[in-house]
Design a protein around this ligand. Structure first.
Ligand code: ADP
Ligand code: MG
Length: 263
């Protein structure tokens, strides 16, 4: 067991796998507590433009909290988070603008139930980006086609399958022209037969060069699409390496143990 092992040191902060590209997301010495719980422990993470980083780890290890701090749905205790070189301000218009640079897709699709698919996709661009309704509508059409939902725009979320709803959620996030997309277990709430249709959209986004942070238990996706795998346990990043190394030669017992349970 872990108790029998020597204490494991967190991974040394690694530079991004794409040092030639500009860093888009940077977390430096980030600490966060929920009361007595140290939920993020000295997180150092740099994600370069075009990089796909898959975050994995046991339940409760802080993956969702990590995602939520990146767009300031959660505050941090100390440290620094920058998006494209800019620190996230505490509040106000500037925060809304910077937050719009970070698209987020959750496990529970979070669509507006009383708005059509098209309205779900156009609302943010019109309200936050100030884009005209006609232009936003045209863009929504393109994005819905891109996620395989052309001609579904007039429907309401409840008329769609879970996989279709999650693809609307992806289109909605893309409509804001984010610099980075965060996915927090986007397929965990889906029936098995719908998982691939969502992973396929994510894989093509990755191939098109979108910068992505993806929390997932889908190891096939991690192998296929990730530039890096980040393994978290108890709020710390224990591994930050390429998928091949992570899956064949994880350094930490926690990672070996985790992999032995899910592979
Ligand atoms: P993961 O996504 O890896 O499962 P989370 O980031 O959701 O982990 O949670 C990390 C830890 O923080 C868990 O122990 C969880 O219970 C706790 N936690 C998450 N959100 C809150 C909150 N708002 N208040 C108190 N504790 C929380
Ligand atoms: Mg989570």
């Amino acid at each position: 067991s872990d108790q029998a092992q020597a204490p494991q040191t967190p991974a040394a902060p690694t530079p991004s796998a794409r040092p030639d590209r500009r860093p888009l997301v940077r977390l430096e010495n980030v600490q966060k507590h929920f009361g007595a719980l140290h939920v993020l422990r000295d997180i150092d993470l740099t994600i370069a433009e075009g990089e796909v980083v898959v975050v994995i780890g046991p339940s409760g290890s802080g993956k969702s909290t990590l995602c939520r701090t990146i767009n300031r749905l959660e505050t941090i205790g100390s440290g620094r988070i920058t998006i494209d070189g800019k620190a996230l301000p505490a509040e106000g218009k500037e925060l809304a603008r910077l937050r719009a640079d970070v698209g987020m897709v959750f496990q529970s699709f979070n669509l507006f139930a009383h708005k059509t698919v098209t309205e779900n996709v156009t609302l943010g661009p019109i309200k936050v980006r100030g884009i005209g309704a006609a232009q936003a509508g045209k863009r929504a059409e393109e994005l819905l086609a891109r996620v395989g939902l052309a001609d579904q725009g007039a429907k309401y979320p409840a008329q769609l399958s879970g996989g279709q709803q999650q693809r609307v959620a992806i289109a909605r996030a893309l409509a804001m022209d984010p610099k980075v997309m965060l996915f927090d277990e986007p397929t965990s709430a889906l029936d098995p037969e719908m998982i691939n249709e969502v992973l396929d959209v994510m894989t093509s986004l990755a191939k098109e060069g979108m910068t992505m942070v993806v929390v997932t238990h889908e190891m096939g996706f991690a192998r296929r699409a990730a530039d890096r795998v980040v393994f978290m346990a108890d709020g710390a990043i224990l591994e930050d390496t390429d998928p091949e190394t992570f899956f064949t030669a994880p350094r930490h017992d926690r990672a070996k143990d985790f992999l032995s349970k899910i592979l």
